[in-house]
Design a protein around this ligand. Structure first.
Ligand SMILES: [Fe+2]
Ligand SMILES: [Fe+2]
Length: 483
């Protein structure tokens, strides 16, 4: 079915996949739609469903003009199904089928694996909306509130993207999985979301910015490797999702960056020489840098767990089958089959962390995680530039990959942020220096007061450099109507 760059708005579900010619899938999606709206109203953003929000909506897949900005009430957002343009003569680029024509239908032998990949990805999308649902109430500005809701509606669209694949290619099983995606709930004891980090609370705005920086970036890496898939509809879906995902990471990186900027400014103004004098800094109504470091430690370590075990036969099978590739697979110079290659994996050897060569095929997760860590490190360096520029003597850093892990090689050990393996007693003694304590959380919460006046920002966060869609500083990004 040809996908055009124009989106069909005549059906209830905007799309460029020819839904009006595919009555079976259109009907299935229309039947799923009311449940989705129920989910959005009951578990999406709390309290702003009748407010007009200045949102972008994907209206095309043309890279230069894919989005349109306008005021929208969130329940009326046009969640569409958009696939990036088909690439002519696309091939399977890795694994045992390398060189074959990319699949337009699900290969029977890989059906179960492919469905699993789509469901796991799909489950993360609504989960984050649920995690963030209470944040609107304490938004530090209308600008930030709008960014939160933008991320939320796009995660909603990403759910649609996965549900479309389930309905279109997986028949009855797909329909059941689509229902389950609305039934599981972040943090629910009986029916939790599938992955750990998506069941954690997002209690405050610093957590939200850290989440979009670290956890949405895991999402980016997963989408990048699914965009390599030999199953072409999945590849094209993920390629388009990545265009939206970039904004989520922008929100995270600039969000944390603005918190840091404001803190440094306050420290300088007050003439505080030592930025680790926590109580003096907190008295200024800003979040001290050591606490920001602890929040980064927490969110980074939770996000590392999303990559799964360093050594994984599942990941090897996904790769060999041509379903999920490596980050920027086609730019890597090797045989793309990994029959004899090895890859250095960090492992625990005699109580110390060391790199050990392992078969590259089973170390696929490790490699993706390394690519992720490198991407995170660049962002952290940009934060350090903000601190440096302000003339404050402090540096943020990523903790060691062994720190605070639940899954994989380091899941059963306690390690310091430097990667030193510790006894349980030593860990208990020091963990509050490395991870946010209850008191840290209480302090951050004490700053979370709404600031909804046009052009105004809460005391703990700097004004952004530019507006969304080039709007001026006092632009009314959300017209609040709390009815
Ligand atoms: Fe997403
Ligand atoms: Fe995202």
């Amino acid at each position: 079915m040809p996908a055009t760059s124009n989106v069909d708005y005549s059906t209830k579900i905007p799309n460029n996949v020819g839904l009006s010619d595919d009555q079976r899938v259109l009907r299935a999606l229309e039947q799923w739609h009311p449940g989705y709206i129920d989910w959005w109203l009951s578990r999406g953003p709390e309290g702003f469903q009748t407010s007009d929000v200045y949102l972008r909506t994907a209206v095309s897949i043309d890279p230069k003009g894919w989005a349109k900005f306008d005021y929208v009430r969130m329940p009326q957002y046009r969640w569409g199904i958009l696939l990036a343009p088909a690439q002519e003569d696309r091939r399977v680029n890795f694994g045992t089928h390398k060189g074959e024509k990319a699949w337009q239908e699900v290969p029977g032998e890989y059906r179960a694996m492919l469905r699993r990949l789509i469901v796991v990805q799909g489950d993360t999308e609504p989960a984050s909306v649920e995690q963030q649902r209470h944040l609107g109430k304490t938004a530090p500005s209308l600008y930030d509130m709008r960014n939160l809701f933008q991320v939320n509606v796009e995660e909603g669209r990403h759910l649609w993207a996965m549900v479309y694949l389930l309905h279109k290619y997986f028949g009855k099983d797909g329909r059941e999985e689509a229902e389950e995606l609305l039934a599981r709930q972040s943090g629910n004891v009986d029916k939790p979301r599938m992955l750990g980090a998506f069941n954690e609370a997002t209690p405050d705005w610093l957590s939200f910015f850290m989440f979009t920086f670290f956890t949405d970036r895991d999402g980016k890496m997963q989408l990048e490797s699914l965009a390599q898939s030999g199953f072409d509809p999945l590849s094209r879906t993920c390629r388009f999702m990545l265009t939206e995902e970039a904004h989520h990471m922008f929100v995270g990186e600039t969000g944390v960056g603005r918190v840091i900027e404001r803190t440094c400014e306050a420290i300088k103004q007050a003439g505080i020489d030592d930025p680790t004098e926590i109580s003096a800094v907190r008295k200024l109504g800003v979040i001290d840098l050591p606490t920001i470091q602890k929040k980064a430690n927490l969110h980074f370590s939770l996000s590392l767990d999303l990559f799964g075990s360093e050594m994984s036969t599942n990941a090897a099978n996904y790769y060999s089958s041509g379903l999920k590739g490596r980050f920027q697979e086609t730019r890597i110079e090797d045989d793309h089959q990994l029959t004899i290659a090895s890859y250095p994996v960090s492992k625990l050897v005699n109580g110390r962390v060391e790199l050990v060569d392992e078969p590259a095929l089973t170390a696929i997760n490790m490699r993706l995680r390394d690519d992720y860590v490198a991407d995170c490190a660049k962002g952290v360096e940009r934060w350090n530039k903000v601190i440096e520029k302000a003339g404050v003597n402090f540096r943020l850093k990523l903790p060691h990959v062994a720190f605070h892990r639940q899954i994989g090689e380091f899941g059963n050990v306690k390690a310091s942020p430097e990667g030193e393996v510790l006894s349980d007693v030593a860990w208990e003694k020091q963990k509050d220096q490395w991870l946010p304590s209850k008191a840290d959380g209480d302090f951050i919460e004490s700053l979370m007061h709404p600031c909804w006046e046009r052009g105004k920002f809460a005391s703990w966060i700097a004004v952004p450099k530019v507006g969304i869609d080039n709007k001026p500083g006092d632009f009314e990004y959300v017209k609040i109507n709390q009815a």
